[in-house]
Design a protein. Structure first.
Length: 313
């Protein structure tokens, strides 16, 4: 199969028929063998009924229905598991992403050999104060931390090689960090394409301001897991040792002063309590490293690595 389109949705019944017809027309013109995988993330309207109706019209339409709302990351993860196309494209169901972008995205994966291509909504129709400004801050922080220079990490319109979506796991609210997750799995050729951003035609946005707070917390998590997930002692042990040595150094200085001057009162000095706290924190960090290593060693994925190719095996 040439192409899989994975489309998570929540209460988008009005837009689904128009989106499906549009995708079908584009794919028919290009001659793609394709599938559309709608993932209903606990909709409370008649979105699932619409998907069932569309299935009667288009055999390419497939659906996954969650029992409740789990979030976009969970929807994408299940869609990735089900996808069979050599190229996988994700897009939002609200018609703000244009299916006319599909041929160029497919070409960049096929001909230019990108592992992942992320859309960049250079001209947006969102509220500048509540969405554009926080988005710019979020993208700047992610570029700085990840070293991936994309303008719009959170754009729902993305294209992937099949191997990418079968190698990564998306959970929590990590969907906005898929390029970062892909990079940690060894997929280095990540590109960007300016795409059309359309004004919302039906319904209202499902995302609030809290997604930006969660976004920065998730960035810290994915950065830590990516760097130290299989060797946590390298992080906790290093900082535990440094903090303990600092406390030990202050303690040694105080003890030397006490030996030189018997009237020197250790417990009356703030440095005494600082040294004590540093020593305790250092030991705790070191122990946290040991516990993390035990957890990591007993993880079922402790020795799961991305392998590009095997020969003779």
């Amino acid at each position: 199969m040439d192409l899989s389109l994975v489309i998570p949705l929540l209460n988008e019944a009005e837009s689904l028929p128009e989106l499906t017809h549009w995708i079908h027309d584009v794919c028919q013109r290009q001659g793609y063998a394709y599938e559309i995988i709608f993932v209903d993330d606990g909709s409370t309207d008649n979105s699932w009924d619409v998907i069932e109706s569309l299935r009667q019209q288009y055999m390419q339409v497939k659906g996954i229905r969650f029992q409740r709302n789990y979030g976009k990351s969970a929807a994408l993860n299940e869609g990735f598991k089900a996808a069979q196309g050599n190229v996988v494209i994700t897009m939002d169901a609200d018609l703000q992403d244009s299916p006319d972008e599909i041929p160029d995205l497919v070409r960049m994966i096929r001909e230019e050999q990108y592992d992942l291509v992320s859309g960049w909504k250079k001209k947006r129709y969102d509220n500048k104060l509540t969405k554009n400004l926080p988005s710019k801050l979020f993208n700047a922080a992610t570029r700085k931390v990840s070293g991936i220079y994309l303008h719009d990490f959170n754009c729902g319109l993305k294209a992937y090689r099949k191997k990418v979506v079968k190698s990564i796991e998306v959970y929590g609210e990590m969907h906005r960090y898929i390029p970062v997750i892909a990079k940690w799995h060894g997929f280095r050729k990540i590109g960007e394409k300016v795409v059309e951003h359309r004004a919302r035609k039906y319904g209202t946005t499902k995302f609030g301001w809290e997604r930006f707070v969660n976004g920065f917390l998730d960035l810290a998590s994915i950065t830590f897991v990516g760097k130290f997930g299989k060797r946590p002692m390298h992080f906790f042990g290093l900082w535990g040792t440094l903090v303990f040595l600092l406390g030990f150094g202050i303690s040694a200085f105080l003890i030397i002063n006490k030996l030189i001057d018997p009237t020197y009162y250790l417990t009356s000095k703030p440095a005494f309590y600082i040294a004590l706290v540093l020593a305790i924190v250092g030991v705790q960090l070191f122990l946290a490293g040991f516990v993390s290593e035990l957890v990591s060693r007993n993880s079922p994925e402790r020795n799961v690595y991305g392998i590009e190719e095997k020969l003779g095996l």
